[in-house]
Every structure is written in C-alpha cells, then in structure tokens.
Design a protein around this ligand. Structure first.
Ligand code: PRP
Ligand code: MN
Ligand code: MG
Length: 187
C-alpha cells in the first residue's frame, strides 16, 4: 500500500516547506554574518534530519554540523517527560554559537534538556531553529543563551503530524511533506 494512503491531509507541502526553509536560511545567514566565530548547527536526531539537510544548504556563512540524540518518546505518542541524552556531540562547542535544529517543539522537554546540556558545555550562545512549533502544548519554558534567538517555520495545529523527518513508530520520516496520519494507523 502506498504511503500516501496513510495520510488524512497534507498540512505543509514540499514546496511550502522549501520556501519557508529558504527564508529561515536567509534570516540566520544575516544574523550570523557579522560574527567572527562560525556557528555550529546541531541536528536533534532523528526527527531533524531532513530539515537540517535542507536548512544548511540555505546558509551562506561558514558553519559546522553535528548531531545529538535525546530519548523521550520511545515509540509511543506520549512524552515520558524525562529526556535523556543518549548520543552526544562530536564537536567541542566551548565559546561557540550553537543553533539547535528541531523538526518540532511540543512540550519543550527535549529542548530544555538540550539547552541545559549546551550551557554546561559553555556554548557562548544557544539558538533554536524549529520547523514546527506547537505552543499550545508547551509544558516547559526554556530560556535561550546569550545572543540566541528562536526561529520557527510554522505554527502547527495539535494534530498527530508525520513526514519530513517526523515519525509515528519510526515510520513516515521519508515523506517529502508534512501531513496528518489517518487515525486507523495510530489507534
Ligand atoms: C520528537 C521531535 C522533537 C521532540 C519534541 O522527537 O522530533 O525532538 O519530540 O517534543 P517535546 O517538545 O515534547 O520534547 P522524538 O523524541 O519523538 O524522537 P525522534 O526525533 O527520533 O522521532
Ligand atoms: Mn526529535
Ligand atoms: Mg519521534
């Protein structure tokens, strides 16, 4: 059965995503073009993989790239509330500007854990660039570090969204768009 048949509706098409990613890339480029230290883009595995790959190609200043992994949801749909860093950075981010790249911010648990972690590693600033934000679901309010900014692509309705990196039970990450899963596939 084709993957398309699992999707109730498309929320953000590949074209809409690409346009917004380009705008975010331009905004970040202009914000960091005056900085002497080149920023480190840190993709939060696994969900941010596609967004990170597209975003960095729209950045026109020298950067480096790294990954970090936080486990909080497992394969379910409800946050366990106690995230744990299970795969850490390769790069030393001491005195570096870090831009955490996320597919979606929901309760804020993942980011608040990561920001504390980067603070303890003495990053000079921590920004967040998320493609989707669900502010209605926020439980933890995180504070950015230094000159850090919050970049957000789209506000997301409180549906169970998949695609463009986002999964349900590790499936659907390879969709080029973001859509709502038919209930029969997660009930
Ligand atoms: C998802 C998503 C964010 C996080 C957001 O990741 O990619 O990283 O949850 O939720 P929060 O704001 O409530 O913490 P998940 O833990 O499902 O791992 P994955 O990226 O490997 O899918
Ligand atoms: Mn994630
Ligand atoms: Mg997930």
């Amino acid at each position: 059965m084709s993957l398309e048949k699992h999707i109730e509706k498309v929320l953000f098409s590949a074209e809409v995503i690409a346009n917004r990613v380009g705008q975010l890339g331009s905004e970040i480029t202009s914000d960091f073009s005056g900085e002497s230290e080149s920023p480190v883009f840190v993709g939060v595995a696994t969900g941010a993989c596609l967004f990170l790959a597209d975003l960095v190609r729209r950045i026109d200043v020298p950067i480096s790239i790294d990954f970090i992994r936080v486990e909080s949801y497992g394969s379910g749909t409800v946050s366990s509330g106690a995230p744990r860093i299970s795969f850490d950075l390769k790069l030393d981010v001491t005195n570096k500007h870090v831009i955490l790249v996320e597919d979606i911010v929901d309760t804020g648990n993942t980011l608040s854990c990561l920001i504390e972690h980067l603070k303890s590693k003495k990053a000079s600033s921590v920004s967040v660039c998320t493609l989707l934000d669900k502010p209605s679901r926020r439980k933890v309010h995180f504070k950015l570090v230094g000159i850090g900014k919050f970049y957000s692509g789209f506000e997301c309705p409180d549906d169970f969204v998949v695609g463009y990196g986002m999964d349900f039970a590790e499936q659907y990450r390879n969709l080029s768009y973001i859509g709502v899963l038919k209930p029969e596939f997660y009930m």
